[in-house]
Design a protein around this ligand. Structure first.
Ligand code: DQA
Length: 149
């Protein structure tokens, strides 16, 4: 069974209590449960990780690149949080490790502050899911499965 890695970046451990008007009331544990259920329904194994540290996220993308190259992983679903708008290093890691990656945002970043309108991740992403709330996570998993076959 192939694997999908779901990565959540900075502050997403606060889901449930963080700005619920933007991000809803579901916790990260709820999101991870939704992801596991989506994977089970699609016949893929889903592993979820969260970090507030850019370097840790980089290491996980490099690891995913090795797993994809070995034929054990389809790719990554990633909510890079605020690193979306700042991290050339994440852009380079996704390209450098050749990881098929779906970029995901819970909120519609284009309807928010202008500093959220630019993404360093999007040019390196296979596709993007934005503004569908936490329901975007199972959709992103399904999208990765469908574009991989
Ligand atoms: C976010 C949007 C980002 O602008 C923000 O910094 C986040 C969450 C989202 O899921 O909507 O941390 O990626």
């Amino acid at each position: 069974m192939k694997k999908i890695l779901v990565l959540n970046g900075p502050n997403l451990n606060l889901l449930g209590t963080r700005e619920p008007a933007q991000y809803g009331h579901e916790t990260l544990a709820d999101v991870e449960r939704m992801c596991a259920e989506a994977g089970a329904a699609l016949g893929v194994e889903v592993e979820c990780r969260q970090s507030n540290h850019e370097g840790v996220l980089l290491d996980w993308i490099h690891e995913a690149g090795r797993e994809v190259a070995a034929g054990r992983m389809l790719g990554v679903v990633m909510n890079p949080g605020a690193y979306t708008h700042t991290s050339i290093a994440l852009h380079d890691a996704i390209k450098g490790a050749s990881v098929p990656l779906i970029e995901l945002h819970i909120s519609n970043v284009h309807a928010r502050e202008s500093f959220r309108h630019h993404s360093y991740i999007s040019p390196a992403a296979r596709g993007i899911i934005v503004g569908l709330g936490v329901k975007g996570y199972p959709l992103a998993i399904e999208a990765l499965v469908r574009v991989s076959s």
